[in-house]
Design a protein around this ligand. Structure first.
Ligand SMILES: Nc1ncnc2c1ncn2[C@@H]1O[C@H](COP(=O)(O)OP(=O)(O)O)[C@@H](O)[C@H]1O
Ligand SMILES: [Mg+2]
Length: 205
């Protein structure tokens, strides 16, 4: 089983949006995929409950069952403020971590501290876990987006994607859907921005 953790200390940075869309992508490619929802707010769980049955299925993984799950992929959505034992637990399960970062001074500051924590994790230092970052809700006309871009470029980490601020994410989420469940003609502008991220996700290091 392959597993990925989506994490950022800030609420609203885009963790659940990224988690659900990654799960949707994998499911749309015929993989057996489950989401482990570590967040007490249970956004991903509720999203899954709204997912139409006719779409490629995504399972909900219950805590405690994650090690021997009969799936190809486990996507872990995590709560704001993930640290300490819960972070250690999640890191033991995965070989990749994606950190979505929203364009604001507070998000950048909190993410910098979190990336520092990740950097000092043994599994990361030893090259057993790979970390990538995503610029989330990017509106290229804004100073915030520019500042985030500069911040990301200054990191010694792969920038997996810049995802545009777009209602298509919000609207799809209402219906338990992802970009990968929509007609490509509706989502093609967004899908283009996912190409590198998805390639990185599937790459065997
Ligand atoms: N690229 C995007 N464009 C527009 N809205 C977005 C985008 N990414 C996330 N959102 C919205 O931002 C809010 C926070 O995202 P969410 O994924 O719930 O963050 P987190 O799980 O980190 O708290 C949600 O309402 C979500 O629909
Ligand atoms: Mg969330």
């Amino acid at each position: 089983m392959k597993a990925i953790l989506i994490a950022n200390p800030k609420g609203g940075s885009g963790k659940t949006t990224l988690s659900t869309n990654i799960a949707g992508y994998l499911a749309s490619h015929g993989r057996r995929v489950a989401i482990l929802d570590m967040d007490r707010q249970k956004s991903a769980t509720q999203w899954l409950a709204n997912r139409p049955l006719k779409l490629p299925g995504i399972e909900l993984m219950h805590a405690g069952n994650e090690k021997n799950a009969p799936v190809d992929w486990l996507v872990i959505d995590s709560p704001a403020g993930l640290h300490g034992k819960n972070l250690e637990h999640a890191l033991k399960l995965v070989h990749k971590v994606i950190v979505p970062i929203a364009p604001s001074a507070f998000d950048i500051q909190a993410s910098r501290d979190f990336l520092e924590v990740l950097h000092h994790e043994k599994m990361v230092r030893k090259g057993n876990i790979f970390v990538g970052v995503v610029g989330m809700r990017m509106d290229p006309r804004t100073r915030a987006a520019l500042t985030l871009e500069q911040f990301l470029k200054g990191l010694d980490l792969p920038i997996l994607a810049y995802l545009r601020e777009a209602q298509i994410y919000v609207n799809a989420a209402f219906e338990g859907k992802t970009l990968f469940d929509l007609p490509p003609s509706l989502a093609h502008r967004e899908l283009e921005q996912w190409v590198y991220l998805l390639d990185w996700l599937e790459r065997i290091e």
